[in-house]
Ligand binder design. Sequence first.
Ligand code: ATP
Ligand code: MG
Length: 309
Amino acid sequence: MIEVQDLRKTYGDLVAVDGVSFRAPAGAIYGLLGPNGAGKSTTIGCLSGLVAPSAGRVSVCGHDVLSDGPAAKRALGVVPQELALYEDVSASDNLAYWGAAYGLRGAELKARVLEVLELVELADRAKEPVKGFSGGMKRRLNFGCGVVHRPAVLLLDEPTVGVDPQSRRKLLDLVRRFADEGACVLYTTHYMEEAEELCDRLAIVDHGKLLAEGTLAELRGELGERDLLRLSGRFEPEAARAALASFDGCEVVSAEPDALMLSMAGATRQLASLFGALDGAGAQVVETTLTQPNLESLFIKLTGRELRE
Ligand SMILES: Nc1ncnc2c1ncn2[C@@H]1O[C@H](COP(=O)(O)OP(=O)(O)OP(=O)(O)O)[C@@H](O)[C@H]1O
Ligand SMILES: [Mg+2]
């Protein structure tokens, strides 16, 4: 349903998207997980036709976004990261505007607006101007505007930022329902937990590049049974690396004067001897955190950085 091939977008010297390829099928949620500036919104922009790619191909439902733009757009619903709402008009008028823009008319449009107001739980505020809404309410309405015409392909750009946990839960359930009903959903987020819970397949992106791609199980498989061990304190990075070199299956992800990150199999069994070796290398360990394989530890292993910095 979505096909992105060797997509590249540059702004002057800045490479926002650097050769990204993926396919997202119908009836599933495909995630793009990455930190600020990874190129998620730029990729979404290329799919929705708002951003002109510098190179590569993007298509939606078999329609090339560049050469067959109107057909591609008709299949799309977009929930942008920046709110796309008219502040001075009511929630229902916002929905009616977007519904009409996508070709809904008359009784069908009216019925669909009421339906979506219920879906995003704004039926009781339907007639109020949006400028009086809370941030979370605007987010929910923004979501509603993207789905009012029941698109076959839904692009969601960080739709839950600033939404309270309860509404977020409901939004995630709605997204799942759209996919179960057959839509192809592309979902960007920098929340690992969301990606882990929601996405059937996902790609980890950073600095415009796709670093890993697959189902959650496949991505976890890339880590093997390796735990991530984070140590804070005081270290001689080179001495620490040398001391750890003799440990079976221990990989130093990063070594700084105040922090070490290690990826290793069976870390708990080796902790005592590990501390012994670090002690011998003049290290002072203040705090230790052990994380079982998850998306966050995969991201750290791939980039040497935490997802949230
Ligand atoms: N119109 C533009 N002009 C110049 N640079 C841009 C423009 N749009 C995006 N960029 C740059 O491209 C890179 C990718 O930005 P993008 O918005 O796609 O990231 P993102 O993954 O969506 O990040 P965030 O999680 O913060 O929304 C960033 O370095 C950004 O500064
Ligand atoms: Mg973005």
